[in-house]
Design a protein around this ligand. Structure first.
Ligand code: GLU
Length: 269
């Protein structure tokens, strides 16, 4: 699979997705500023190196819970909408501050399923991304949870990031996770579980490896990452799952080094 890893070096348009479990401390649920700052510095540097970066970030609901001192995630949709409304602003404030420190301009794009539903809607969303990128800004994307109800929700940002990557013809989607990649067993329970370097075909064996899972803060787990990989590779986007807690992993992955699990786009597999 040398070619697929090798091809990452020349990738120009890259979607990077980060989940709540990477952005927040697992024990307190509060934002992990150390990690966020390192991540943003890496993204800013990739941008300086001439890459177009689209940053998909979860964490709105967690940030809202934090701000309002709510410890247990409420069950109702309106309460979660309200938390996202509060938290999305908090999140953007932090991103604005850190990205500005490294001289970068960001622009927020909030999407729902409706924005990708038909060709006309997709085209309108795509135009917005293109214009932002052409201005040299970094789009920061999340689901529009403040208005999202079940019918218009994508539900998890793994799938959302794959939809975005396909919509804007990105070459690569990197999903930052709280583990090193896809394992052939559950690494939390099985010491012999091995990290899989590359997945050429997403079949039922691969789906079985992904299991269910998800932490109390994030909702993604490995299963939605495999769904995202299916969508991405079918749309000619190479996807990687990489550990977001290790500083430098983004750079290493895009340098073609063997980090995480790669799902090469069809033409490369
Ligand atoms: N969009 C939600 C948020 O920002 C979370 C979705 C996800 O974690 O995949 O809180």
């Amino acid at each position: 699979m040398g070619t697929a890893r090798e091809s990452l070096k020349s990738a120009r348009r890259i979607v990077i997705k980060v989940g709540t479990s990477t952005l927040a401390h697992s024990d307190t649920g509060k934002l992990n500023l150390y990690r966020i700052e390192h991540l943003i510095r890496e993204i800013a540097d990739l941008h300086n190196a001439g890459k177009e970066i689209i940053f998909v970030s979860s964490g709105a609901i967690a940030a809202g819970m934090n701000k309002l001192g709510i410890k247990i995630k409420p069950q109702t949709i309106p309460e979660n909408q309200a938390l996202a409304a509060v938290g999305q602003g908090v999140l953007m404030h932090i991103y604005e501050k850190f990205f500005a420190e490294y001289g970068q301009t960001i622009g927020q794009i909030l999407l729902t399923k409706e924005n990708a539903a038909d060709e006309h809607a997709r085209q309108n969303s795509r135009n917005s991304f293109q214009a932002l990128l052409a201005m040299g800004a970094i789009p920061v994307v999340n689901e529009n949870d403040a208005v999202g109800v079940d019918e218009i929700r994508i539900g998890d940002n793994d799938n959302l990031s794959a939809i975005v990557a396909a919509m804007i013809d990105a070459e690569v989607l990197i999903i930052l996770s709280d583990i090193d990649g896809l394992y052939d067993g559950n690494p939390k329970l099985d010491k012999n579980a091995r990290l899989i370097d590359s997945v050429a075909e997403i079949n039922s064996d691969v789906e079985k490896m992904a299991g269910g899972a998800g932490t109390k803060l994030g909702i993604g787990g490995m299963f939605t990452k495999i769904q995202a990989a299916k969508l991405a590779t079918a749309n000619d986007v190479t996807m990687l799952i990489v550990n977001g807690s290790t500083n430098g992993n983004l750079r290493r992955a895009l340098n073609g080094e063997n980090v995480g699990t790669i799902f090469p786009r069809r033409k490369l597999s």
